[in-house]
Write a protein that binds this ligand. Sequence first.
Ligand SMILES: *Cc1c(COP(=O)(O)O)cnc(C)c1O
Length: 218
Amino acid sequence: MSLQEIRSAIAKAESDAGRTPGSVTLIAVSKQQPLERVEAVLDEGQRIFGENRVQEAAGKWPDFRTRYDGIELHIIGPLQSNKVRQAMELAQAIHSVDRPKLATTIARIAQEIGSCPELFIQVNTGEEDQKAGIAPTDTDAFVAECRALDLPIRGLMCIPPVEEEAALHFALLAKIAARNGLDGLSMGMSGDFEKAIALGATHVRVGSAIFGDRNPLR
Ligand SMILES: *Cc1c(COP(=O)(O)O)cnc(C)c1O
C-alpha cells in the first residue's frame, strides 16, 4: 500500500468508529528500510516516524532533520539503560517504558536536561515471557509510580501475541488506560491498525504496509 492508501484507510476507520477525523496519529515505522524509501515518504509529506533501535535512529535522522522541517521521531523498541540519554535527546516520544528502572533513569535525565519526550508505558498484554512490558496486573501501580516521578505519561502501548486475536489485547489495553485516566493508546501495526482504531488507538505504528518488506541486513 502507498502512504496515501494507508492515510485513507485510517480516515475510513476513524469515520466507521465514529471518531473525530484526524484523531489518530500515523507513525511510519522506518526501521531497517532503505534510505531512499524513507526519503520518498518524507517527500510525500509524512513527518512522524518510528524506530526501534536508538543506534539506527541516530545514524539516519540527524541528517534527514537538516533537510526536512518538523520531523518527529518515536522510539518504539526496547530501550537499554545506557541508550536512554541518547534516545531522549533524539526523540519526541518513547513508547517502550517497560520497567521501573527505566522510569527512574528517564526521570533523572529529564531533570538534568530539562526536557522529556512524551512517554507510553508498554504493557505485556499477552504476558509473554519473551516480550518486554509491564504485566497487566502491575500496570496501575506502575502508572502511579511514573506519575510520582513527574513523568509525562501520554498513554499505554502494546504488541499483541502473533497467534492471538489482536482485538482482545487492544480492548484490554484500552480498559487499563481508561481506569488510569490515560487517553493515549499506541496500538495497531500493518496487519491490524484498522481494528486498533475501532478500539480506540490514538497512535498506530505502521511499517511494512507503507515501506514494503524490511531488509534485516541493513
Ligand atoms: C516493527 C514494529 C512495528 C511495525 O510493524 P509492521 O508490521 O511492519 O507494520 C510496530 N511496532 C513495533 C514496536 C515494531 O517494532
